[in-house]
Ligand binder design. Structure first.
Ligand SMILES: *[C@@H]1O[C@H](CO)[C@@H](O)[C@H](O)[C@H]1NC(C)=O
Ligand SMILES: *[C@@H]1O[C@H](CO)[C@@H](O)[C@H](O)[C@H]1NC(C)=O
Ligand SMILES: *[C@@H]1O[C@H](CO)[C@@H](O)[C@H](O)[C@H]1NC(C)=O
Ligand SMILES: *[C@@H]1O[C@H](CO)[C@@H](O)[C@H](O)[C@H]1NC(C)=O
Length: 367
């Protein structure tokens, strides 16, 4: 076939631009596996919310984020091919995510989540991948844990936030999907507590965390559509009460609130085992432990059981956390403390017959 010089030049330049062109994944692409709670912008709320991608031919990944992204930035935990999470600070605009050296000829799984209980909003516009990259479905684990709690579950004070907190560590150990609906300072009772406008007995059923009240662009909450929890949670874990106690909610009122909360949870999660933590308390330098609601959690679990629901388990955390395991200034578990709590809870779950998955459900294979 005969081509004129200008035609050849045109062909060459279109080949070059094809090589430089990239693949843009729109924020409503069904192959983006969203987890946790996202509003319609779409934007994250609650520490741990994020997304997962399974990509062939990946060498470059850029997140383009919109105006509802936390300012000045949001800390995001990133894990490539199920390796440990590292932090990337992202901002509104274009954010290239470092991926390290990727083995050739294999698919790549990228997992990404907001780490913080505040400044945890990323507003996804689109994702730009290198030319030739192609999304495949991310296959979720058969295990899916939902954790409900306060600062002691949200990873407050940890360098990597929720990514170093015991719920997240437990989820990773079991190779499970995991969602952490936890708000520092919040009670279970629906009261104002340490600047949170609502307790978890309200906020758990909303898309937004209590941070909504401190935003001007989204100062409201919307109901969470639980059909968007995918996969459906298989296990529910609750550790709460410290801030009810701090707000002088009586034990009997706390117990009533907790029982009503479980009743409402059962309308959503009728068959899932519920694991109810007793407090490990507030460890002091002299070795003593500040306790709250002694006996209340036993009463809650026994009351539910005597009502015929046997699928509820008390997790007695007595002695799990000592002064060496907490930050001395705020008595919240430190990095090692969270690892210790996770190891203890993993034993409890294993003894209850929950088995860590042998492999992540999305395999890394030759493609
Ligand atoms: C993210 O930003 C925080 C606050 O400025 C900073 O302390 C931290 O080192 C940054 N982390 C990374 C990985 O850039
Ligand atoms: C309760 O709220 C106060 C104030 O934010 C905080 O110091 C305390 O650690 C909180 N406790 C929990 C368990 O969230
Ligand atoms: C959000 O709205 C409430 C009133 O509903 C107001 O008290 C609060 O100051 C608002 N927050 C911001 C950051 O403007
Ligand atoms: C709770 O009660 C204690 C002891 O009576 C009191 O010192 C504290 O101020 C009360 N806290 C609240 C939030 O009402």
């Amino acid at each position: 076939m005969f081509m004129t010089a200008p035609k050849i030049a045109l062909l060459a330049s279109s080949l070059v631009s094809a090589a430089l062109a990239s693949v843009t994944i729109q924020n409503n692409d069904p192959l983006i596996f969203f987890h946790g709670r996202w509003d319609s912008s779409p934007g994250t709320w609650w520490a741990g919310s994020g997304l997962k991608l399974n990509v062939v031919g990946l060498s470059s990944l850029t997140l383009n984020l919109g105006s509802h992204t936390s300012s000045p930035m949001a800390a995001v935990g990133v894990s490539v091919n199920f390796q440990p999470f590292f932090t990337v600070n992202v901002t509104q605009g274009s954010n290239k995510i470092p991926l390290g050296t990727l083995p050739k000829g294999e698919n790549t799984v990228v997992r990404l989540n907001v780490e913080g209980w505040q400044n945890n909003r990323i507003n996804l516009q689109n994702i730009v991948l290198n030319t030739g990259a192609k999304l495949l479905p991310y296959v979720p684990s058969k295990l899916a844990f939902t954790f409900i709690g306060d600062s002691l579950s949200a990873g407050q004070f940890l360098p990597l936030g929720v990514d170093q907190a015991w719920p997240f560590l437990t989820g990773e150990f079991f190779k499970a999907e995991h969602t952490v609906i936890a708000q520092p300072g919040a009670a279970l009772s629906d009261i104002v507590s340490f600047s949170n406008q609502h307790g978890l007995s309200f906020e758990f059923f909303r898309t937004e965390d209590d941070g909504y009240f401190f935003t001007t662009d989204h100062n409201f909450t919307t109901p969470w559509d639980f059909s968007r929890d995918h996969p459906t949670p298989t296990h529910i874990v609750i550790h709460i009460g410290a801030n009810d106690s701090a707000q002088n909610i009586s034990a009997s009122s706390f117990i009533q609130t907790y029982l009503a909360f479980i009743k409402r949870l059962r309308t959503l999660f009728p068959k899932q085992p519920l694991f109810i933590f007793t407090p490990w308390g507030w460890p002091n330098a002299d070795g003593s432990i500040g306790q709250y609601y002694p006996g209340a959690y036993q009463t809650i679990v026994n009351t539910v059981k005597s009502g015929g629901d046997k699928n509820i388990f008390l997790v007695d955390t007595t002695g799990w956390v000592t002064f060496a395991d907490v930050f001395p200034t705020n008595q919240h578990p430190n990095v090692g403390g969270h690892m210790k709590i996770a190891a203890n809870f993993e034993k409890v779950l294993t003894n209850a017959g929950v088995k860590p998955q042998a492999n992540w459900a999305t395999p890394i294979v030759k493609v």
